[in-house]
Write a protein that binds this ligand. Structure first.
Ligand code: HEM
Length: 534
């Protein structure tokens, strides 16, 4: 974009003045206690240019230099980064009430219906009501149990589809298969039907790309969010992309709602199956003119679209990319794969697929899932929080308005917490291991892939159940060979940064069925034998 020089210079001058005023104010506040240490930043932009293309890794390195609580400046915004379990616990347990809001950002404004969603809703009655709605209809113990057959059915469908593909020579893009499964499962629970054909197709690829694009855009530290006068200029083009993406999501959400209003269904999809799926409940509330929080505004179509958007974006790629990382780690660690398959064969046998009722009897599998979350948390910097008031943490002043980033990725690799932190070793979570009692549900701050405190992931119970069931079923159902002549020791494990942690190179595999054909619902022995013999 061409920006006239006088306008640019004027903008920078105003930015310097605004930032200076903020520093003077924060300097006065900081007299009581020092601000946390941190690297010196650039004029105006602060530390933004130093973040690199993988900010969670840069911030991990900075923690080694400045300690587990350090300070950055993004334009005019004060930022603190928590990079140890102890410091994270200070923020998310001791001071959680003070950090229960999210800072303003262009993603919430331009994609998430101007903060009308759940993820970015200000902490208060409306946020509470939205969480309650989700808990009641999707994530409570009862709702989870009611929807168990949906999850098991969709996972079985994915596995059957993979068993069919195993007879072909084309490699499978595992993340894509897992994404179709995660998305269809969530869709059946929320809008009462699948959104993709089981083998995915173009629509599924497009949807995954949309979620990945959203996560990439949300992961960009947008200069316009931090240097107010540069905001209208949108120097990185992020806002323009967000607006375009929002229109595509909005079309999709309108499609879901209009189809339900018309009582119809698009070609090729099963009719709606739940008269009490989340969409039905929300539409009924809208028609009855009920209020979201019993007190504020009535439920509107925008509320419904914003909530569905949250669920479809926060709940799909997070789940499928964790499954993809798990499979990649197990392909690299055949001894661990053998151990987990032995456990699965012993508990489940070879004549059927894994069911959710098997999961409590699979401790080694549970350890595999924890170890995967430790090394590959799907949101490496969690979601940001904002200080509602001044507070003190670890002897440092944290002024009101400071943005908090919790480096979940760095905490999972902290050598002070985890012996041999870079080694994939699930046994550390088994009885007798160094971390036998640790779980991922927000009370052990060394392992918080779902965050912690009041704003902990709303879909934790669903996400954890899906990741565990999908991984278990894939490991039980197949042996895995890498495609394209790749060898396990050379498998590329690089990360591509976004708000969620994608693999830089998607995992391409050849599944080789290892159960009786009837377990997959396959009765065609010839196609089964062909894939067994390859
Ligand atoms: C592997 C799966 C998942 C991971 C690792 C994950 C991780 C996270 C994290 C780190 C946060 C921020 C928590 C914080 O601020 O402390 C979050 C928030 C959230 N997640 Fe998840 N998530 C997953 C699956 C899901 C699913 C399946 C859904 C819904 C279908 C979901 C919906 C949400 C929502 C609505 C929030 C915002 C909560 C709030 O602001 O109150 N997530 N998630």
């Amino acid at each position: 974009m061409d920006v006239p020089l006088p306008l640019l210079l004027g903008s920078i001058a105003v930015s310097i003045a605004v930032c200076y005023l903020i520093f003077v104010r924060n300097g006065a506040a900081g007299k009581r206690r020092p601000l946390p240490p941190g690297p010196r930043g650039w004029p105006v932009l602060g530390n933004l240019p130093q973040l690199g293309d993988k900010p969670h890794q840069t911030m991990c390195a900075l923690a080694r230099e400045y300690g587990p609580l350090f300070r950055l400046r993004f334009g005019c915004a004060e930022v603190v980064v928590a990079a140890s379990a102890d410091v994270a616990a200070q923020f998310l347990r001791v001071h959680d009430a003070n950090f229960s809001n999210r800072p303003p950002n262009s993603g919430a404004e331009h994609v998430a219906y101007n903060y009308q969603d759940l993820v970015f809703a200000p902490y208060g009655a409306r946020w509470r009501a939205l969480r309650k709605l989700c808990a009641l209809h999707l994530f409570s113990a009862k709702a989870l149990e009611d929807l168990r057959a949906v999850r098991e059915g969709e996972v079985a469908l994915m596995v059957r589809n993979l068993a069919r593909q195993a007879a072909a020579t084309a490699p499978v893009v595992l993340g894509q298969e897992a994404n179709v499964c995660a998305t269809n499962t969530l869709a059946r629970a929320t809008i009462g039907r699948r959104v993709f054909a089981v083998d995915g197709g173009e629509g599924a690829r497009e949807f995954k790309e949309m979620v990945v694009e959203l996560m990439q855009l949300a992961g960009v530290f947008n200069v316009g969010d931090f240097v107010p006068v540069l905001r209208p200029l949108d120097p990185q083009g992020v806002v323009a992309k967000m607006k375009r993406l929002h229109r595509r999501y909005d079309d999709m959400m309108n499609g879901f709602i209009n189809e339900r209003k018309d009582g119809g269904k698009p070609d090729g999809f099963a009719a709606g199956e739940h008269s009490n799926d989340l969409l039905s409940v929300l539409l009924a509330r809208m028609q009855e003119e009920q209020k979201v929080d019993g007190d504020g505004e009535k439920v509107t179509e925008t509320d419904i679209k914003a909530l569905l958007l949250n669920l479809f974006t926060a709940g799909t790629d997070t789940t499928s990319s964790t499954v993809e990382w798990a499979l990649a780690e197990l392909i690299r660690h055949p001894d661990v794969l053998k151990e987990v398959q032995h456990e699965l064969d012993t508990v489940v046998g070879k004549g059927r697929l894994v069911s959710e009722s098997d999961l409590p009897r699979l401790p080694y599998l549970a350890a595999v899932i924890k170890e995967t979350f430790r090394l590959h948390p799907s949101t490496p910097l969690s979601l940001p929080r904002e200080a509602a008031g001044d507070c003190e943490v670890d002897g440092y002043s944290i002024p009101k308005g400071t943005t908090l980033l919790v480096n979940v990725w760095a905490i999972g690799r902290d050598p002070a917490m985890w012996p041999d932190p870079l080694e994939y070793r699930p046994a550390r979570f088994l009885p007798g291991g160094t971390h036998a009692e640790v779980d991922v549900k927000g009370s052990d701050f060394g392992l918080i892939p779902f965050g912690a405190g009041r704003r902990i992931c709303a879909g934790l119970s669903w996400g954890l159940r899906m990741v565990t069931l999908m991984t278990a079923t894939l490991l039980h159902g197949f042996d895995w060979a890498l495609a394209n002549g790749e060898t396990p020791d050379k498998l590329n494990m690089e990360e591509a940064y976004g708000l969620t942690l994608q693999r830089a190179v998607p995992l391409m595999v050849q599944p080789v069925p290892r159960l009786l054909p009837s377990a997959y619902g396959l009765w065609n022995w010839s196609s089964y034998c062909r894939c067994k013999l390859r």
